[in-house]
Design a protein around this ligand. Structure first.
Ligand SMILES: [Zn+2]
Length: 239
């Protein structure tokens, strides 16, 4: 029988060894809206061992243009149940867990090899950043609005979200609920987060933590910016 992962096994940086590590991994995805839909579907289809999804919303009609996998008959039903159902049909080998509640620190644990922030809410993003830094968990920040997406892989030695955007500047950030979202930027941004996850889980040494990827799908710019850790980062000062 053909191996379902045949084409990715042929990628020399993945191969059988990388795939086995990937299949041994457990990832926590916080938020299964736009970014979370792409991140989780790509990781599940690529054969991640176990994935835990966190959310508390129902599917709305206005979600369907950018939130991959949800279909019209899901509208009005629980997002996590709908997502698990679609994901499990895509790959029955993957263990899929759901946590139906708002994010709080008690959701985090050393059980996870990686945390992926797919929320669309900056106060929660800062909380995830702070909690992951304090607990020694690595996490992938991602956000998108209008035609721009941003992704950064954060660990304890790299710049964090507070170094990138000090919390007091939060009001200046464009939020998707105010300025809209180009549906295709969600796919690109989520796919970048999933790509970083795949690269890290197949070989953790490969990752450049603290590099911000900025992509614009109207001007077609793609930039990588090294973000410096702030000496006065509040998370550093409190250590
Ligand atoms: Zn920081």
């Amino acid at each position: 029988m053909a191996n379902r992962y045949d084409r990715q096994l042929k990628i020399k940086q993945i191969g059988t060894v990388g795939q086995e590590k990937f299949e041994d991994s457990h990832v926590l995805v916080i938020g299964v809206g736009g970014l979370g839909s792409f991140v989780s579907s790509e990781l599940v289809k690529a054969g991640i061992g176990e994935i835990t999804l966190v959310d508390f919303d129902d599917v709305e009609l206005t979600n369907l243009h950018r939130q991959n996998l949800y279909i019209e008959k899901d509208v009005g039903t629980n997002k996590l149940e709908a997502m698990r159902n679609h994901l499990q049909q895509a790959n029955s080998n993957v263990k899929i867990n759901i946590i139906n509640k708002k994010y709080s620190v008690d959701i985090l644990s050393a059980e996870y090899d990686l945390v992926i922030d797919c929320t669309d809410n900056f106060p929660i993003k800062y909380q995830i950043n702070e909690d992951c830094q304090k607990l020694g968990l690595k996490h992938i920040f991602g956000t998108c609005a209008a035609n721009q997406g941003q992704v950064m892989f954060i660990d304890q030695n790299s710049a964090c979200l507070e170094c990138l955007y000090p919390k007091e500047t939060i009001d200046k950030l464009g939020l998707s609920k105010n300025i809209g979202t180009n549906p295709m930027i969600v796919a690109i941004t989520g796919s970048l987060q999933a790509s970083m996850a795949l690269k890290y889980l197949t070989n953790p040494k490969n990752i450049e933590f603290g590099s911000l990827i900025v992509v614009d799908n109207w001007n077609f710019d793609f930039r990588k910016i090294h973000v410096k850790k702030r000496k006065d980062c509040p998370l550093e000062v409190s250590k």
